[in-house]
Ligand binder design. Structure first.
Ligand code: SUD
Ligand code: ADP
Length: 288
């Protein structure tokens, strides 16, 4: 085989607690991470060096791209070959949806197969964290309880949720949000424990009442429009709503497809990026 394709899925955070800080500046977290049916497409074709092309001009295609970093990592550590990668970008960038992390994870899994490296998944996940804290999750995807810096993962049942994803036209630096978090007084919320109990209860209402993210107040303070979107989302029929990760993307949980469709049309008419999605039980899909 000299060609392979991959779908690289986005994620949202159903819960996010910051629990402390490591000496290297990374934060200890507890989270419920959830893959959603919004994905980038990557095409991998064997060739004599590592190349990347992308359909978006605002994505770097040099060594700063997480896709190139992942390919270089495998080549350096396991003696890979060359590959020409084409990226079709659909996941909003710097949005709190782990688009870059997901692309890195897809590259590790796809090149492991294309280059016949036969690396065990557990080894691939250990490698993945050097590319980003969320990259290990993106390899398996689905619904996971994450701890450590987001790299220690436990399986959880995937709830079936109808989602509306809305993003204002701003990009947020994850690093800046975590840094700003340190300047505020610490509040322990235990959102993740409550969310695990809610998911295990099987009740969508319990899930909606348990949505919580410690980083939300940081990003909303800088971009109040995120709070406005949350309020409007509920007015337009969402049972619950939350900012994902470091933001600025907001998601709403709906139990009525008609209301979801009307809310989608309204946010698009308001000039926002919007996307109708649902929860899925995988992070990457390889196909030929
Ligand atoms: C906030 C979360 C929630 O899922 O996701 P996003 O909002 O980025 O999607 C993650 O914790 C983001 O994971 P990821 O985006 O992979 O972070 P990385 O690239 O590894 O780190 C970017 C920067 O964020 C900070 N960082 C990240 C993760 C973590 N547990 N503690 C941190 O302090 C560090 O300053 C780091 O330099
Ligand atoms: N393949 C990629 N896709 C998206 N962003 C990338 C990629 N490679 C590197 N980046 C950089 O990573 C940052 C955003 O990462 P992303 O995962 O989209 O954000 P978030 O983690 O907030 O969802 C941006 O600075 C972007 O330039």
């Amino acid at each position: 085989m000299d060609k392979l394709k991959a779908k690289s899925y986005a994620k949202i955070n159903l819960a996010l607690d910051v629990k402390g800080k490591r000496d290297d500046g990374y934060h200890f977290v507890e989270m419920v991470l959830q893959s959603i049916d919004l994905y980038d497409k990557l095409e991998f074709e064997m060739c004599d060096d590592i190349f990347l092309e992308c359909d978006r001009k605002d994505i770097p295609t040099d060594r700063s791209n997480l896709i190139i970093k992942a390919a270089d990592l495998l080549k350096r550590e396991f003696g890979g070959y060359g590959v020409h990668i084409r990226l079709e970008k659909n996941i909003p960038i710097a949005a709190g949806l782990a688009g870059g992390s997901s692309n890195a994870a897809a590259t590790l899994v796809a090149l492991n197969k294309l280059w016949n490296l036969n690396i065990k998944l557990s080894v691939l996940k250990d490698l993945a964290v050097s590319l980003g804290a969320d990259v290990p999750f993106c390899i398996d995807g689905g619904t996971k309880v994450a701890s450590g810096i987001g790299d220690v993962l436990q399986d959880l049942h995937t709830p079936n949720l109808k989602l509306l994803i809305v993003k204002p036209h701003i990009s947020v630096s994850t690093k800046d949000v975590y840094t700003e978090y340190d300047n505020l007084s610490f509040i322990e919320n235990n959102y993740t424990k409550n969310m695990v109990d809610a998911i295990n209860s099987g009740s969508i209402m319990n899930i909606c009442m348990s949505l919580g993210n410690d980083l939300e107040r940081i990003t909303i303070k800088k971009y109040p429009i995120i709070g406005d979107i949350k309020k409007t989302m509920v007015e337009r029929g969402a049972l619950g709503t939350l900012m994902s990760g470091s933001g600025p993307t907001v998601f709403g949980v709906f139990d009525d497809s008609a209301k979801l469709g009307v809310a989608y049309d309204s946010f698009v008419a308001d000039g926002f990026y919007a996307y109708i999605s649902n929860t899925i039980d995988k992070g990457i899909e390889l196909y030929e």
